[in-house]
Design a protein around this ligand. Structure first.
Ligand SMILES: [Zn+2]
Length: 110
C-alpha cells in the first residue's frame, strides 16, 4: 500500500530514456536526454523484478532468482517496450510478467 513512493505529486511527464541498450547476456544500459545513465546487470534486473509474484517472494524473504531448477547463466530471450511506460523482458527461466517502469529505473542507483 505504501510502495508507490508518493509518485502522485511528482511530474506527470513520463521520463523515457533517449537510448535503450539491451545486451541479452549482460544487462541493460539506459541513457536519458539530460545525460543521466543507469546500467543494470541481468541478475540485478531479475532479482528486482517488479511483478507482484516476485514482490511477494522478496517480502517473504525468499530468493527471486535463482530458484530451484533455474537455468544458469541467466539470459534475456526477448525485450519489449511497453508503450512509453517502460520495458519488459522474457527471461530464460520462463518469467516474463515484470514491467520495469522508466521512472523507477531512472531512480535506481547503479
Ligand atoms: Zn517477477
Amino acid at each position: 500500500m505504501t510502495d508507490s513512493g508518493g509518485l502522485a505529486a511528482s511530474s506527470p511527464q513520463v521520463v523515457e530514456p533517449s537510448t535503450i541498450d539491451v545486451d541479452r547476456e549482460v544487462g541493460m544500459t539506459l541513457t536519458w536526454a539530460d545525460g543521466h545513465t543507469v546500467a543494470l546487470g541481468l541478475v540485478e534486473l531479475r532479482v528486482n523484478c517488479p511483478c507482484a509474484g516476485c514482490h511477494e517472494l522478496r517480502r517473504a524473504g525468499q530468493p527471486v532468482w535463482p530458484r530451484p531448477g533455474s537455468p544458469e547463466p541467466l539470459r534475456i530471450l526477448d525485450a519489449r517496450l511497453v508503450g512509453a511506460f517502460g520495458i519488459g523482458f522474457d527471461w530464460n527461466d520462463g518469467h516474463s510478467t515484470g514491467i520495469y517502469g522508466w521512472d523507477a529505473l531512472r531512480r535506481s542507483t547503479a
